[in-house]
Design a protein around this ligand. Structure first.
Ligand SMILES: NC(=O)c1ccc[n+]([C@@H]2O[C@H](COP(=O)([O-])OP(=O)(O)OC[C@H]3O[C@@H](n4cnc5c(N)ncnc54)[C@H](OP(=O)(O)O)[C@@H]3O)[C@@H](O)[C@H]2O)c1
Length: 268
């Protein structure tokens, strides 16, 4: 784990996870810019934060938000926004910011959710939130940026002695209840921030839960045990192949193709 000082853009900074991410990033010596819709809410994050005012669903303001950033942590969510919110915010926000980056490469940490590959449960059928978060994961993998994708279990359902981090792959816990795993918001933030400066976390996707036991001081050994995603793959390395590309809407395929073109333009 390097002690690099990054300029991090936090997306969803005013949210229940984002606030912890801001505090953790500052505690680790990073410079933080927060993308916020509401200046008053943004100011409550403290004087040490640079504010970028913008809405994820509108391109205006996003160029300024990413300018000079070395890394982006995505913790936003359209909570309660239904299918349209899932597409426009959870997915569209990732697409719009990746597009705003243009040819520049940054380090990315994206938070989605445990069970994100479960398409048939009642939650996904009513909100499509899993499908759109999973498509946002695919955008990040296609973008060519170095990334870590963290799929946390249920926020703050852990008991005080449940701090031992467990990183899983394959997204096999899909009951849609806290039985799938629990984790504190504070520890989610720690993992997201730590992943940015750890080579062992590079291009990996995992579910994150905590079990009974003390927290580990060093996260590198945990990241090291994980398999990286396939270099040209759109899905996490051990995910079920239950979202075939030939059934995906054209607008999704267009977004993926545009980000791939942007990535190749950067490489050449
Ligand atoms: N609860 C769980 O146990 C659990 C487990 C795993 C994953 N998750 C997922 O975690 C995600 C985030 O959780 P959270 O508790 O941090 O959510 P939250 O408290 O509702 O925060 C959402 C953040 O996204 C921002 N946002 C929403 N729409 C935006 C837009 N159009 N432009 C810019 N920013 C926008 C909000 O900004 P404003 O302050 O301006 O509204 C806020 O900062 C959810 O999507 C959820 O599905 C939850």
């Amino acid at each position: 784990m390097t002690q690099q000082r990054l300029r991090i853009l936090v997306v969803g900074a005013t949210g229940s996870i984002g606030r912890h991410v801001v505090a953790e990033a500052l505690a680790r010596g990073h410079a933080v810019r927060a993308l916020v819709r509401d200046t008053r809410k943004g100011r409550m994050l403290g004087d040490a934060i640079d504010l970028a005012i913008g809405d994820l669903t509108e391109k205006a303001g996003l160029d300024m938000a990413v300018e000079g950033a070395d890394a982006i942590i995505f913790t936003h969510g359209s909570n309660g926004g239904g299918k349209l919110g899932s597409e426009r915010v959870d997915y569209g926000g990732v697409r719009n910011l990746l597009t705003a980056l243009g040819p520049r490469k940054v380090r990315i940490a994206l938070m989605t959710a445990i069970g994100v590959t479960n398409r048939t449960g009642s939650y996904n059928r009513s909100t499509e939130a899993h499908d759109w978060k999973r498509r946002a994961e695919r955008l990040v993998r296609a973008s060519g940026h170095a990334y870590t994708i963290v799929r946390p279990g249920w926020f703050d359902y852990n008991d005080t002695d449940q701090e031992k981090l467990v990183l899983l792959q394959g997204d096999e816990r899909q009951s849609g209840t806290p039985q799938d795993g629990v984790i504190s918001r504070r520890q989610i933030a720690q993992v997201l921030v730590a992943s940015l400066t750890c080579d062992a976390a590079r291009n990996k996707t995992f579910e994150l839960v905590a079990e009974t036991g003390p927290a580990q001081g060093d996260l590198e050994p945990l990241f090291s045990t994980l398999a990286a995603d396939a270099p040209d793959g759109l899905d996490a390395i051990r995910d079920a192949a239950n979202m075939p590309m030939d059934e995906e809407p054209d607008r999704i395929l267009d977004d993926l193709a545009a980000l791939r073109r942007q990535s190749f333009a950067t490489a050449s």
